[in-house]
Design a protein around this ligand. Structure first.
Ligand code: SAM
Length: 176
């Protein structure tokens, strides 16, 4: 069971990236995304459109949460807190541990600078390589390494449409 906590969303600047965080979380099998402090209705509208067509109505988008409160709450429910940061331990050195130790995970990702406290309260500070890149890439690779690629086979039973993979065409079928 995986949730994501997105810190520091700024509605104008970060909307596209945060939308991609949400879409990656849904497509790759997380249960939901928390957005700290801010309520941005555009994010839920975009998610609703995707869910209506492609399924995933149980995926949760919970906005306007106080991030430290959520972290303490989920910790008390047995979640491991995994903060993705380029300063952390290299994912290859720790992912097997995380897979064995953590049944439930809250993945914390930033936007701009992430405050020191998050490094301290996290159980793991993990780097997807020690170069600066993107929270979308970091989240996708973390989930992929955790689940060893199985997430790419995910199907949503409540989808209205599904895709038949095709070499050259877009083949979309309606679920009967
Ligand atoms: N400079 C910021 C800082 O010092 O925290 C990071 C900005 S970065 C654009 C936004 C987020 O992407 C980070 O908070 C982190 O979650 C994620 N990120 C970027 N590069 C990463 C890496 N190499 N490994 C893990 N996460 C990374």
């Amino acid at each position: 069971e995986i949730y994501i906590l997105r810190l520091g969303h700024r509605p104008k600047r970060d909307r596209r990236v945060t939308t991609h965080v949400i879409l990656v979380a849904r497509a790759f099998g997380a249960k939901g995304v928390y957005i700290s402090d801010i309520i941005d209705p555009v994010l839920s509208q975009t998610l609703s459109k995707v869910v209506k067509r492609w399924g995933g109505k149980y995926f949760e988008l919970i906005m306007g949460v106080k991030p430290l409160e959520i972290i303490y709450k989920l910790k008390s429910e047995g979640f491991c807190i995994v903060h993705l940061t380029m300063y952390g331990l290299h994912i290859d050195s720790i992912i097997d541990n995380i897979r064995h130790q953590c049944k439930k995970i809250l993945v914390v990702i930033g936007a701009e600078k992430v405050e020191r406290i998050y490094y301290e309260i996290s159980d793991y500070n993990i780097a997807i390589g020690n170069q600066p890149h993107s929270e979308v890439a970091a989240l996708a690779i973390f989930l992929d390494r955790l689940w060893k690629g199985a997430e790419l086979g995910l199907c949503f039973s409540d989808a209205q449409y599904y895709i038949i993979p095709s070499e050259k065409n877009k083949v979309v079928k309606k679920v009967e």
